[in-house]
Ligand binder design. Structure first.
Ligand code: OAD
Length: 287
């Protein structure tokens, strides 16, 4: 999908959500760190994982795909194949047409409401009982990791099941929303304010606590997985680079190649549920 010589070897510095064209933003490093491509975790990496104290798992839309939630950028099925992000996932879009944006999120909320965690989510819960610390950093807004039972989850892009005031950003309760027939309902706090989903849109700044905690986790972990993300949206895409620079092995789980593939110690070309359940079984087999 991407030309291999172009590698995301830089670390993004801002906290505003931005799409990056990996080919334009990256630099050529020459040597690839491409490891084995089979569907199981390589023996040496498994050994390193077994001794890890802090495992970081960055997840993206591909993590939720097998739960029935469409990704953004997959050709044909991805949401951005049907809609333009600038029409639906920016503050300008909401200002221009709050009703359209609210209704689109309502539709996505219904999809999320029907979704249930899969074997990959459950494998991560199991891993949390094996290692001293497992931190999940997710770009997903569906809450599936928490529903599966994962405890240490950093939500970088917010949560679609919550709403907030478009002006004061204070949380708005579901009871308040249920009392209104308007789409979107008005804010209970500020005259002229509206309810909006508590997610981070393109051009908005990530919650400071979330990005600080995520960056710190990535810098201090001793094993990192990147699961189901195209690694094109910053600053999330830089987090595995922090881990790599601080010496942690990096394993990508994604059926498709991404700009991160060439930086990874191994690319497992399988779905999130297959790969993560497989790794959990490999770990069980070593005990
Ligand atoms: P994308 O839709 O860009 O990428 C999904 C990735 O998941 C692709 O690389 C797929 O190959 C992979 N994939 C698909 N099915 C999979 C499966 N079953 N198992 C594993 N991987 C699979 O989603 P993100 O990278 O998460 O932000 O997108 C990042 C951000 O861009 C989102 O959080 C959202 C979006 O626009 C905002 O809206 C601000």
């Amino acid at each position: 999908m991407y030309n291999l010589p172009f590698i995301v070897s830089y670390v993004f510095r801002g906290n505003r959500v931005e799409y990056t064209d990996a080919r334009a933003a990256s630099t050529k490093t020459g040597a690839y760190r491409r490891g084995p491509m089979d569907q199981k975790l390589d023996r040496n990496l498994l050994e390193q994982l077994r001794h890890a104290n802090h495992v970081v798992v960055l997840t993206g839309a591909g993590m939720s795909a097998e739960s029935g939630i469409p990704t953004f950028r997959d050709a044909q099925t991805g949401m951005w194949a049907k809609y333009r992000p600038e029409d639906l996932a920016t503050p300008e879009a909401f200002q221009a047409n709050p009703q359209r944006v609210w209704q689109w999120y309502e539709e996505r909320r219904r999809t999320v409401g029907k979704a249930r965690p899969h074997a990959g989510h459950l494998a991560l819960v199991r891993m949390a009982s094996v290692f001293p610390r497992v931190t999940i950093i997710t770009q997903n807004v569906d809450g599936l990791h928490q529903m599966a039972g994962s405890k240490r989850v950093i939500e970088l892009h917010g949560n679609i099941n919550r709403s907030k005031c478009s002006i004061s950003h204070r949380p708005i309760s579901s009871d308040w929303l249920a009392d209104s027939d308007l789409q979107p309902p008005p804010s209970p706090y500020v005259k002229g304010g509206l309810a909006r989903p508590d997610v981070v849109w393109f051009g908005e700044v990530l919650p400071q606590g979330a990005i600080d905690a995520a960056t710190n986790a990535a810098r201090t972990c001793d094993f990192c997985f990147s699961v189901g993300t195209t690694s094109l949206v910053q600053p999330a895409a830089s987090l595995p680079m922090h881990a790599l620079r601080h010496g942690a092995p990096l394993v990508e789980i994604n059926p498709q190649e991404t700009p991160l593939s060439s930086q990874s110690d191994q690319c497992i070309r399988a779905t999130a549920s297959q790969a993560l359940a497989g790794i959990a079984a490999q770990l069980d087999g070593m005990r």
